[in-house]
Design a protein around this ligand. Structure first.
Ligand SMILES: NC(=O)c1ccc[n+]([C@@H]2O[C@H](COP(=O)([O-])OP(=O)(O)OC[C@H]3O[C@@H](n4cnc5c(N)ncnc54)[C@H](O)[C@@H]3O)[C@@H](O)[C@H]2O)c1
Length: 265
């Protein structure tokens, strides 16, 4: 997909990867980019910084009703949505101790939001015979996230939702891509520096959100399903599939190294 003159929605676009995507889409000539996020003051600041073509929407992607209302409003005010980017996501930094409430929240934000967005936007796309869905999952959705069980599970599920949509609607004009970065320099990562999960990600190398956005623009142009801003993730994914025991043993050694480095003394 070329972005020239397109109407695009990006959730979680007030900062981080979503904001970099919105910036890149406007630079590529998108007509309207909807900056959709929870945080009203940050939406306003981002829209002001992005300038012409950016419009704001405040919503909670964990709510199906919010997503439905967003799609209806954007299509009424700006025309059909060409590209819907389900990017908002959260982590927990927790393992088995994660509470039921934490599981419920992350399941809604990292998984069901992708389902509800597709449910809201697909009928129009199918009627027009074209449309593009991009989900931000994570390399954790192809591999695992040391130190964060709910993040690992929900990101695997997010990849699975994207795959299912691609299989089910691919022959009806719908294209699906799934963005799976490793470490990216955003508040999600830097806010969790005390956690094993963030320490593991940082240890493997962190790139800037703008580098992710450049990979996404190229991946959309190529209409590639998996967009991997860290190309080494493709090799890790291959190793996991071809020799799971060896891959698990390597990950266990990495987890032990991170933990012993974090221990005082
Ligand atoms: N930063 C990384 O290292 C990294 C790596 C792989 C994948 N990701 C994924 O990239 C996506 C973006 O993350 P980021 O690093 O830019 O994080 P970030 O915290 O900088 O930005 C996330 C944005 O999503 C918004 N958001 C959170 N919950 C929301 C909700 N319920 N409704 C609406 N908006 C909501 C936040 O307000 C924030 O503006 C996430 O899905 C994340 O899991 C991040």
């Amino acid at each position: 997909m070329q972005l020239q003159d397109r109407v695009v929605v990006v959730t979680g676009a007030a900062k981080g990867i979503g904001r970099a995507l919105a910036t890149a889409f406007l630079a590529e000539g998108a007509r309207t980019v909807v900056v959709a996020d929870l945080a009203a003051p940050e939406v306003e600041a981002t829209v002001a910084a992005l300038g012409a073509g950016a419009v704001g929407a405040v919503l909670d992607v964990s709510s199906a009703a919010d997503l439905e209302a967003l799609v209806a409003r954007v299509e009424e005010e700006h025309g059909p949505i060409d590209l819907f980017v389900s990017n908002a996501g959260i982590g927990t930094g927790e393992g088995l101790e994660a509470s039921e409430a934490a599981w419920d929240r992350i399941w809604r934000v990292n998984v069901l939001a992708h389902v509800h967005a597709a449910r809201a936007v697909l009928p129009g796309m199918l009627a027009r015979g074209e449309g593009y869905l991009l989900s931000t999952a994570s390399a954790a959705g192809l591999l695992t996230q040391i130190g964060d069980l709910p993040y690992s599970v929900t990101k695997h599920a997010a990849v699975s939702v994207a795959e299912w949509l691609a299989v089910t609607y691919g022959d009806r004009g719908i294209t699906v891509s799934c963005l799976c970065p490793q470490g990216v320099n955003t508040d999600l990562l830097t806010g969790g520096v005390g956690h094993t999960s963030a320490q593991t990600v940082v240890a493997q190398g962190v790139i800037e959100p703008e580098e992710v956005a450049a990979a996404v623009v190229a991946g959309l142009a190529a209409e590639q399903f998996l967009i991997l801003p860290h190309p080494e993730v493709a090799e890790y994914y291959r190793r996991r599939a071809t020799d799971p025991d060896r891959w698990l043993a390597g990950m266990a050694r990495l987890q032990a190294r991170i933990q012993s480095a974090a221990e005082p003394g």
